[in-house]
Design a binder for this molecule. Structure first.
Ligand code: PLP
Ligand code: COI
Length: 371
């Protein structure tokens, strides 16, 4: 089945829609949607757009999700020229569908492309690809409490050439995974391992871009965290090994006894999280003080011991807002407050989730309805 919309204005592309002729059977889909986990099952379709130097972006389609065929000399397999995004679509209380701030993801995708010497995908094409795909896969919203569609746009270099240079060809794709919670443990608060040996990103590097290489670099530290019984790793800065930066896949916030919040500043080495920015706006609109200031690991320990620091939490699209209970490092471990979810953390989380789900008013215009 093919449906064409003939929009040819700058920054837009017509998407051809080819329906999957062998979608997942209803009974299987229903079972999966009751307990989807995170990132292990996928919908029936994907979006794909090609880029060729000289020709630009072309051949935009929504098509059956299927394996890709890649030449072994494709540039991405050798030099990791790859970027991605992560955002969610929700079924709102009134039954309609919406995405949270897709324009912010489209912008960050362009910035990541720029840093990785890749062509920038027009923001309209990014948003259109996702809108079209979610509409085609609208029957895949999880039925589990707190479920959503996790949308994964990504782009990689596929020129067949082993010289080290920006590729002349790229593929942009979007896949969707119906998801529940990110953390398997389902515990009310997660534990964090402070990596002393490894860093994630250095000044001048790619820390502020969402490129696969950053995650590859974080895996050995994440494995170390798991070995020490922790859910996630938190990285310190590369220059002094002193300042808290972020987790492998989340930003971090600290909550103090005076009710103020603090988060590391966007120094170029951490990802400018959209959840981070949204939470800062929500906290400030509640009259809370939010500082974007460096926070050292030594201070973190001291403030937790003195009781000045009462809560800490991780935030991101996948994790939403997740309280941090226990912090471990080679020197020992400590907890904040009672080691469980803090009051401010849970209040601000609820505020965000209520906006995302269409339960509360959306004064910032963050909810992008799909009709
Ligand atoms: N930091 C890293 C390294 C991430 O991978 C993510 C997830 O996308 C975040 C922070 C949070 O970003 P966002 O809130 O835009 O999902
Ligand atoms: C996200 O929250 O979207 C992330 O990218 C984190 C992780 C799944 C890589």
């Amino acid at each position: 089945m093919t449906a064409r919309s003939d929009v040819h204005s700058k920054g837009r592309l017509p998407f051809v829609v080819e329906k999957n002729s062998a979608p997942v059977a209803l009974a299987e889909r229903t079972a999966v949607l009751a307990d989807p986990g995170f990132g292990r099952v996928f919908t029936d379709h994907m979006a794909i757009v090609r880029y060729t130097e000289g020709k630009g972006w072309h051949d935009a389609r929504i098509t059956a999700r299927k394996p890709l065929s890649l030449d072994p000399a494709s540039a991405v397999l050798h030099y990791a020229q790859e970027i991605f995004e992560g955002l969610k679509a929700y079924r709102l209380a009134d039954g309609s569908m919406a995405m949270f701030r897709p324009d912010a993801n489209a912008r960050r995708f362009r910035h990541s492309a720029e840093r990785l010497a890749m062509p920038q995908l027009p923001e309209e094409v990014f948003i259109e690809s996702i809108e079209q795909l979610v509409k085609v896969d609208r029957d895949w919203f999880p039925t589990v409490e707190g479920g959503s569609l996790y949308i994964r746009p990504f782009m990689f270099a596929n020129e067949v050439f082993l010289g080290v240079k920006p590729s002349s060809e790229y593929l942009y794709l979007v896949i969707i995974s119906p998801v529940g919670g990110y953390f398997k443990s389902g515990a009310p608060a997660v534990s964090i391992w402070v990596s002393q040996e490894y860093t994630r990103a250095a000044p001048g590097g790619t820390g502020a871009a969402k490129c696969g290489g950053n995650y590859a670099a974080s895996l050995v530290a994440q494995a170390e965290a798991s070995k020490h019984g922790c859910d996630q790793v938190v990285f310190l800065d590369a220059a002094e090994h002193k300042w808290v930066e972020e987790l492998g896949g989340m930003n971090v916030f600290f909550v103090f006894e005076d009710g103020s919040l603090q988060t590391p500043p966007l120094s170029g080495t951490i990802l400018p999280g959209i959840t981070r920015e949204s939470l800062m706006a929500l906290a400030r609109s509640e009259g809370l003080t939010v500082r974007e200031q460096p926070y050292s690991f030594d201070q973190w320990k001291a403030d937790a011991a003195s009781g000045k620091l009462t809560e800490a939490f991780a935030c991101g699209t996948a994790a939403v807002v997740t309280p941090i209970g226990r912090v471990a490092s080679p020197e020992g471990e400590f907890r904040m407050g009672a080691g469980g979810p803090g009051q401010t953390t849970m209040r601000i989380k609820q505020k965000l989730v209520d906006i995302q789900r269409g339960v509360a008013p959306d004064p910032h215009g963050w909810v992008h309805r799909l009709g």
